[in-house]
Design a protein around this ligand. Structure first.
Ligand code: NAP
Length: 486
């Protein structure tokens, strides 16, 4: 295996104002490979003063960046996209080494992450305004859309590349400079993206990456009046804290938070498709995605067949280091996540669940957990209401459509949901009744650059991707043109 430090895109400094810098104190934080717990490198442990510098650099870069034509910004974004695609393999290796996901999933994420840059390089040219008839004949109403200003972006470890590009590409496309604070467990993917942004020709200060103490950096980003927009992806718990902090300067906010996705299989579903969808939705990234199926509801008549086929598929999964092409499930990110999974499984068993497969730590030890299926899970078990964020699939039996809609909607979360049916009437009824920002019908995967990603209720605010993705980085300005008949 190649040492990560030999990669040409490996950077262990921060990128601020077009320079690669250390923390003022010289302090660093250690980053470990979750597959073997060995240190793979360190990154600067920055805090308030370095964050202020990054914000000021972004603010200085703003007038020139927004003054560029949409076409000029689009060209730089397009170059960044091309560079990412040309370096896909190296970026994927870096991701698997620091995050743990199987290498093929990392390759998929690099392509998925880059697709937002390509998409928004095109959308940059389509930030249209409006003209509106005024009630007075000598007047016109003109609506302009202008970049909001300096954008702060705080991102999680589970998608170390795509959660950054999904926010930064639309921000940069419409003329906003960005300060990115990636998760401390996966900073090298973010710094590699910055290295390619530098090569693509973003002017200094337009894109900054800072690593270090989350609370200090986060506080500065959320309270500094220069920052006009905070875009956060992470847990609902931290999202709520940031929302409060942003209220002091009334910033625009986007929040992509936790989820608790229902996955429903009706009697009329194609069961093989439903099993394939459940595998993708549940076990991708070792169950560590915000859109993972958290509750699998199967209707009585097909319950046995679905469980049998699902267990068969899970039994074929190979667990181990994601760099080995044969492995389909990697390690969990850390011991803390593993303990939560263990707790959820033990608690579900206490409430009467049966372990159909898996059910404990993997013999590989360290951060590995066996892909697990639980049947007969009680609605009172923790796993029914709390995000597990691990490779555990709880299955529940249900009788009819109304009952399952009520069960599915009984959650403070509202991010992704899925169901399988062949009945066109039911498809419309259920899709419209589910209180979720995203509904996958006969699919376990819905994310794509062309579609609006986001949640309702405690899963968040705002949408990323699609034609709507630029709106969160734009202010609407109305100009009343008067005296036109003089
Ligand atoms: P997290 O603990 O909320 O961390 C997310 C980011 O916030 C990290 O960069 C973290 O930095 C930072 N952070 C932590 N404490 C902070 C504070 N006090 N102030 C400011 N920033 C702070 O979440 P996570 O465990 O990394 O990610 C898992 C969660 O993200 C899950 O709930 C998942 O559902 C959600 N998620 C949602 C989406 C979506 O699109 N809706 C996508 C992916 C993940 P450090 O790493 O330095 O602590």
């Amino acid at each position: 295996m190649m040492n990560i430090k030999d990669f040409k895109l490996f950077r262990d400094k921060n990128y601020i104002d077009g320079k690669w810098v250390t923390a003022d104190s010289g302090d660093t934080i250690s980053v470990n490979n979750p597959a073997n717990l060995k240190e793979i490198g360190t990154v600067p442990k920055c805090g308030t003063s370095e964050t202020k510098k990054a914000i000021e650099a972004a603010n200085k870069a703003w007038p020139d960046w927004k003054a560029k034509s949409a076409r000029q910004r689009s060209d730089i974004l397009r170059k960044w996209f091309d560079l990412i695609m040309n370096n896909k393999e190296e970026l994927a290796q870096i991701m698997t080494i620091e995050q743990g996901k199987p290498i093929n999933e990392s390759r998929g994420e690099i392509g998925y992450g880059a697709s937002f840059i390509e998409w928004f390089s095109e959308e940059a040219k389509r930030v249209y305004g409006d003209t509106i008839p005024d009630p007075m004949t000598d007047r016109r109403i003109v609506v302009l859309k202008q970049p909001v200003g300096v954008v702060a972006s705080i991102t999680p470890w589970n998608f170390p590349n795509a959660m950054i590009t999904r926010k930064c590409a639309p921000a940069l496309a419409v003329g906003c400079p960005v300060v990115i604070k990636p998760a401390s467990q996966t900073p090298f993917s973010a710094l590699a993206l910055a290295a390619l942004a530098e090569e693509a020709g973003f002017p200094k200060g337009t894109l900054n990456v800072i690593t270090g103490k989350a609370s200090e950096i986060g506080d500065e980003l959320a309270t500094n009046p220069i920052v006009r927009k905070l875009s956060f992806t992470g847990s609902t718990e931290i999202g709520k804290i940031l929302l409060q902090k942003c209220s002091g300067t009334v910033k625009k906010v986007s929040m992509e938070l936790g989820g608790h996705a229902p996955f429903i299989v009706f009697n009329d579903a194609n069961i093989n498709d439903a099993v394939a969808g459940a595998m993708q939705s549940k076990f991708r990234n070792t169950g560590q995605t915000c859109v993972c199926a958290n509750r699998i509801y199967v209707q009585e008549k097909v319950h046995e067949e679905f469980c049998k086929k699902f267990i068969e598929e899970v039994s074929k999964m190979k667990v181990g280091d994601g760099l080995n092409e044969e492995n389909s499930s990697g390690p969990m990110i850390d011991e803390h996540s593993l303990t939560k999974v263990e707790e959820h499984v033990e608690d579900a068993i206490q409430y009467g669940a049966k372990v159909a497969i898996g059910g404990s730590r993997h013999s590989l030890g360290m951060n590995f957990y066996q892909p697990t299926i639980l049947t007969g899970v009680s609605s009172e078990a923790k796993i029914t209401t709390e995000e597990t964020f691990g490779p555990v699939a709880p299955i529940y039996k249900f009788k009819d459509e109304n009952e399952v809609i009520e069960l599915a909607n009984n959650s403070p979360y509202g991010l992704a949901s899925y169901f399988y049916s062949r009945d066109i009437g039911r498809i419309w009824r259920v899709a419209e009744a589910l209180e979720y920002g995203m509904v996958g019908v006969n699919t376990g995967l819905t994310s794509k650059a062309e579609a609006p990603f986001g949640g309702i209720k405690e899963s968040g605010l705002g949408r990323e991707g699609s034609k709507y993705g630029v709106d969160d980085f734009l202010e609407i300005k109305y100009i009343n043109m008067c005296g036109l008949d003089k």
